[in-house]
Design a binder for this molecule. Structure first.
Ligand SMILES: Cc1cc2nc3c(=O)[nH]c(=O)nc-3n(C[C@H](O)[C@H](O)[C@H](O)COP(=O)(O)O)c2cc1C
Ligand code: SF4
Ligand code: SF4
Length: 298
């Protein structure tokens, strides 16, 4: 076990790129997935512990909430804790959420920053053709963040903004079953890439190797964006939209992160124990969520 650890959740590789750069700068640093990893006991002491994740609806992915809540940090009370949230533009309350999740464990988040990166939510809008420019800009913006983490600096984490919080809480419970609107076209070549890039084991392959979805989706976009044939689509929205994955991150990097590095592509699906809880939202909450959903254009 190394002396530093960075936990990461990623769909299209932005957060993984950041985690890799941090790990390279800190040396002796493990990168561990918050999606597929189920080791919640961190028994050995670490010098630094980081959380790198994307913003979803101005907050953290559900899986990240669950992961940090379950993480046992009893042996790491004195580590330096930091978080980097990658976002298209607006990270809303994500930093504050991570701070609160750690505070419940008696741990202070020393440093947290949002990093503006390429917006990947293809079900909601087309992918811009500015990947090169935006990637360059995010690399430049990341330099002072990396320096601060290396120097173990502290900063002020923003407080909760109420309207953002209402939207997040209304939308996030609807996410797991949005894959009901996913379809797989005849262009599918049954390569199995979608299965191994999925960070939460939500994709299985049927007898002939075509993917199906298990309704505990995180909406991370990995399957839609990494499919080499653009065969996975959301409703009728994404067929003609461009695709995006971080230029430095390949599907094999995600497979390795998910513990699928040796997977035989196209193999039949593993059984995953899902921690999915059925949403207990009231009818009013669901109607409100649907209204906000419409505003997001979904
Ligand atoms: C479900 C979903 C919701 C998103 N919501 C937001 C948002 O509220 N604000 C924002 O700036 N970007 C949002 N994004 C964009 C991502 O946060 C951003 O592209 C991130 O860097 C992707 O990281 P990844 O490549 O590690 O998955 C959203 C993306 C997805 C897939
Ligand atoms: S990644 Fe695309 S082509 Fe490959 S199995 Fe999945 S849907 Fe089919
Ligand atoms: S099914 Fe696709 S969008 Fe959903 S979590 Fe898996 S890879 Fe991400």
């Amino acid at each position: 076990m190394n002396r530093n650890i960075v936990y990461v959740f990623t769909g299209t590789g932005n957060s993984l790129k950041v985690a890799k750069d941090i790990a390279a700068a800190l040396v002796d640093c493990d990168i561990v997935s918050m999606g597929s990893n189920t080791q919640y006991d961190l028994m050995e002491g670490h010098k630094t512990i980081g959380f790198v994740l994307p913003t979803y609806y101005r907050g953290e992915p559900r899986k990240v909430t669950e992961f940090i809540s379950r993480l046992n940090l009893e042996h790491n009370k004195n580590a330096y804790y930091y978080t980097v949230v990658t976002a298209g533009k607006y990270d809303g309350n994500t930093l504050c959420h991570i701070k609160k999740l750690l505070k419940r464990k008696g741990i202070a988040l020393s440093y947290g920053k949002m990093l503006d990166m390429f917006s990947n939510y293809v079900v909601s809008y087309d992918m811009k053709d500015t990947v090169k420019e935006e990637t360059k800009k995010s690399e430049i913006d990341f330099e002072p963040i990396l320096k601060s983490i290396k120097n173990r600096e502290s900063n002020q984490i923003p407080e909760i903004e109420l309207l953002q919080e209402i939207a997040y809480r209304a939308l996030i419970p609807l996410i797991p079953e949005m894959d009901e609107y996913y379809s797989v076209s005849d262009d599918c070549i049954k390569c199995g890439i979608c299965e191994i890039v999925c960070p939460v084991g939500n994709i299985g392959l049927d007898d002939v190797g075509r993917p199906y979805f298990n309704h505990h989706c995180e909406q991370c976009m990995a399957c839609i964006q990494f499919c080499p044939k653009r065969a996975i689509n959301y409703k009728d929205r994404t067929q003609n939209r461009r695709r995006y994955t971080h230029p430095d991150i390949k599907y094999t990097d995600l497979a390795a992160l998910n513990g699928n590095a040796d997977s035989k592509i196209g193999s039949s699906s593993k059984l995953f124990s899902s921690d999915r809880k059925k949403s207990s939202s009231s009818i009013v909450a669901k109607l409100m969520a649907k209204a906000i959903w419409k505003i997001y254009g979904l």
